[in-house]
Design a protein around this ligand. Structure first.
Ligand SMILES: C[S@@+](CC[C@H](N)C(=O)[O-])C[C@H]1O[C@@H](n2cnc3c(N)ncnc32)[C@H](O)[C@@H]1O
Length: 268
């Protein structure tokens, strides 16, 4: 079998991201409640800012509750998908193409800043963190969130097999940047005298097929996949697809992945 298009057209990754990084509605609801409840309890008519908003996986359930919501992202394709999703429901929403390291807002403009799966994508993340704190009103909250897979799954197995194939070709794949960066950011917040609090807000099981796991790599959905140059990428994927066809009796039979969403809340 030939792997799908490996040099995605503009916008394709954004749609693929939106489809695959999906939270079930009850999970989205719990995340939105964990974010909005403490802000609502402290501020009247709070204004939320999300940095690196992507296609609005976290933002849409927050803005659907009627709050003022502003979001920035550097990728116009991600923002375009977000705009489609909120057409007709977004009365108090502003989406801007802007960099989290240089936010076009006055000091203290927001009562909450949300950052989910972003820090590891910014080499000089310290600038983005300081910007997030700058635009927060004193007493406001910084929310950092992330998904964690619990235990082993076929998805891990497929990603591990890909890493082995690349290693065999002489390319060392670096993983785990996201987790390492979260630790660094947590330490930076504490150094600033702040007190981050971590809470697991939802757990759920996703059904995913081997074919979907392969597609997630082929579409370069995970940021760690983007370090692989095109030439290695194409060759390694051909090998991975060939391995998967032999290894799985049915590429479309789903397997479970257990997930947890974790939120770190820091009061400014
Ligand atoms: C992994 S996605 C996460 C999207 C969303 N927060 C979520 O959890 O679904 C990271 C997003 O951050 C954006 N991004 C990367 N660097 C950025 C920067 N310096 N400033 C703003 N957005 C950035 C990317 O374009 C992408 O949409």
């Amino acid at each position: 079998m030939i792997p799908p298009n490996m040099e995605p057209a503009a916008g394709r990754v954004a749609f693929a991201y939106d489809r695959m990084r999906y939270h079930p509605p009850e999970v989205s609801g719990r995340i939105a409640t964990a974010i909005t409840a403490p802000v609502e309890a402290r501020f009247k008519d709070p204004h939320f800012l999300e940095i690196g908003v992507g296609t609005g996986r976290i933002g849409v359930p927050v803005l659907a509750r009627g709050y003022r919501f502003t979001a920035v992202d550097t990728d116009p394709a991600m923002l375009a998908v977000f705009r489609y999703k909120i057409a007709g429901v977004a009365r108090k929403v502003r989406l801007l193409q802007a960099d989290a390291r240089e936010l076009p807002f006055e000091k203290g403009s927001f009562q909450a800043v949300i950052s989910v799966h972003l820090w590891h994508l910014i080499p000089d993340w310290q600038r983005a963190l300081l910007e997030a704190l700058r635009v927060l009103e004193p007493g406001g909250f910084l929310f950092e969130g992330w998904d964690e897979s619990l235990g082993e799954s076929e998805d891990c197995r497929i990603q591990e097999r890909w890493r082995e194939i690349l290693e065999g070709m002489g390319f060392a794949l670096e993983r785990g940047r996201h987790r390492a960066r979260l630790l660094e950011v947590g330490r930076a917040l504490e150094k600033l005298g702040l007190e981050p609090e971590v809470e697991a807000v939802a757990e759920w099981t996703e059904e995913r097929t081997p074919r979907q796991s392969l597609e997630a790599i082929a579409e370069r959905l995970y940021s760690y996949t983007r370090q692989v140059p095109a030439e290695f990428f194409a060759r390694s994927l051909r090998e991975l697809y060939a391995w998967a066809e032999n290894h799985y009796p049915d590429l479309d039979r789903p397997y479970p992945i257990r997930w947890r969403f974790v939120l770190r809340r820091t009061e400014r």
